[in-house]
Design a protein around this ligand. Structure first.
Ligand code: IPE
Ligand code: IPE
Ligand code: MG
Ligand code: MG
Ligand code: MG
Length: 321
């Protein structure tokens, strides 16, 4: 069995050799290699590999699926950064900021196509995996659309938010696990259980992402501090603050829009703290992580095979980036 670090190291070797990204013109493919070369945590491909290894040796099919998933994830990041007007990703300029909007759009397209090229390499159970992948890809788009719609919507509930992040983020983590488990040859019942694990883990992951956007160290996150606040994202922090403040504070939360960027971020994060939204968010991360642990316990496979996955879920609970 392999731990997180070993799998990431092996995966980096694979990422560095993706054939589709050494074509021309440079202006199209260089930004793709740039983004992939900036690293990232590689959580999703490792989830796929670890899920496969719960049930069997890691096969070539598992590696191809892991590559497809990471390429697809990077595609969503490039287009997400355009939609979110984000200047920074993984501590460096975003592709649209560095190379322009055309490069951002096309580089995203290329990464998506490259993802499907790797999916096409899968030899066993391809129709099943393709169906999961396509369903997931549609759901991510649906989640991203809701995320954008919520920016200008005033009536958004915490339940709406959880549904939205379930779509934009959780389904890809869940599908990574499920695809890995299916490649490993697991039963249909286990495949559903591991999907539920991923759904809960993904909610915790996005709650933590939103927390770090407001309160994290931008040196560690590699993203602009307070980007969600500047984009008027309806995060858990924002919705919780709105629900748990008096009328006067609610009015002032709306009026923060008129402040210059840095003052808006400082005043909003202060308000998040004053209303206890920061603590509630951290608590929600723990609640969803516990659901993920419970689903992992429920999984029918040799207990010691679960150890690397358990360690990874634990480490995500405390992540700073
Ligand atoms: C960022 O994902 C997008 C979200 C769903 C929050 P990651 O935090 O996994 O990004 P990288 O790949 O590690 O940079
Ligand atoms: C992104 O959510 C989800 C997807 C990319 C599908 P965010 O917009 O919060 O991700 P970051 O914070 O930019 O990584
Ligand atoms: Mg974003
Ligand atoms: Mg976004
Ligand atoms: Mg974010």
């Amino acid at each position: 069995m392999h731990d997180f670090k070993t799998l990431v190291t092996q995966f980096e070797g694979r990422i560095a050799q993706i054939p589709a990204l050494s074509r021309s013109p440079e202006s199209l493919y260089e930004p793709c290699r740039y983004l992939l070369g900036l690293g990232g945590k590689r959580i999703r491909p490792v989830l796929c590999l670890m899920a496969a290894e719960l049930f069997a040796e890691i096969s070539e099919d598992a590696w191809q699926a892991a590559l497809a998933i990471e390429l697809f994830h990077n595609f969503t990041l490039v287009h997400d950064d355009i939609m979110d007007h984000a200047p920074l990703r993984r501590g460096q300029a975003t592709i649209h900021a560095r190379n322009g909007l055309t490069a951002g759009i096309l580089c995203g397209d290329v990464l998506c196509i490259a993802a499907y090229q790797h999916l096409g390499q899968i030899r066993n159970t391809l129709p099943t995996i393709l169906a999961i992948f396509n369903q997931t890809a549609l759901e991510v788009c649906e989640g991203q659309q809701l995320d954008m719609d919520f920016e200008s919507k005033t009536q958004v509930s915490v339940a709406d938010y959880v549904n939205m992040i379930g779509l934009k983020t959780s389904v890809l983590l869940a599908a990574s696990l499920k695809i890995g488990a299916i490649i490993g040859g697991t039963s249909a019942g286990n495949a559903e259980k591991i999907y539920e694990l991923g759904k809960a883990l993904g909610i915790a992951f996005q709650l933590q992402d939103d927390y770090l956007d407001a309160f994290g160290d931008p040196i560690k996150t590699g993203k602009q501090a307070g980007g969600d606040i500047l984009a008027n994202k309806k995060t858990f922090l924002y919705l919780h603050a709105l629900e748990n403040c008096d009328e006067a504070t609610r009015t002032s939360l709306h009026q923060l829009n008129n402040l210059p960027d840095n003052e808006k971020v400082a005043a909003t994060t202060a308000l998040f703290r004053a209303t206890g939204a920061d603590r509630a968010c951290t608590h929600a991360v723990v609640t969803y992580s516990e659901k993920a642990f419970a689903a992992l316990d429920d999984l029918a496979c040799t207990a010691n095979r679960k150890a690397p996955l358990k360690k990874l879920v634990e480490s995500l609970l405390h992540r700073q980036f």
